[in-house]
Design a protein around this ligand. Sequence first.
Ligand code: FES
Length: 215
Amino acid sequence: MQKITLFIDDREVKAPAGRPILWLALENGIYIPNLCAVPGAEDPPAACRLCWVEVEGYPRPVTACTEPARDGLVVRTRSPRVDRLVRAAFELLLSAHRLECSRCPKNRACTLQEIARARRLPLRLVRYRKLARDLPVDNSSPAVRYDPGKCVLCGRCVRACRREGTGILGFARRGYERRVTTFGEVPLARAGCSGCGACALACPVGALTLKTKSV
Ligand code: FES
């Protein structure tokens, strides 16, 4: 495959043309916050809006998970515009995420915590208000516990369930009401959850967690 050369934060990167900038940066030790992207997956959903970068000559920042590498591109992962966009997207995610890190099974393994650390962002709301969502926890599956109050709508569980499970997960409703759920919004077990645990392994936060580590 034809190799091209681009520059990310002044580092020369050689890569196959067309590969998303996000993966090239990460593989070369350059951090870009990301939550919804999955390596190798076609048509990235670009749902989390965290992976902003500037590309020289482009009028506005672009999402690195959807932007293909081209020869000669000059990419910057930090700029005042990028930092503002990342901060806003991060806080929007927090506004819909129930923060209880010390009691959360994903504490210290949560991507939100990782992003907060890497970009020195507070793990609390500063400008936005908390979305009042009182969504019940679904404990019906033998393998996973689903807490929709922590879901960040990245869609990774939906893809994992389609790929490795029974394909029972999907998105329902719109706007603030949008959520990951089953057809008819019935509990996981009633919807036919096989208990494979793929959704919990794909979840970057504490929304879907394994009941036991052995699944
Ligand atoms: S990783 Fe690019 S928008 Fe989520």
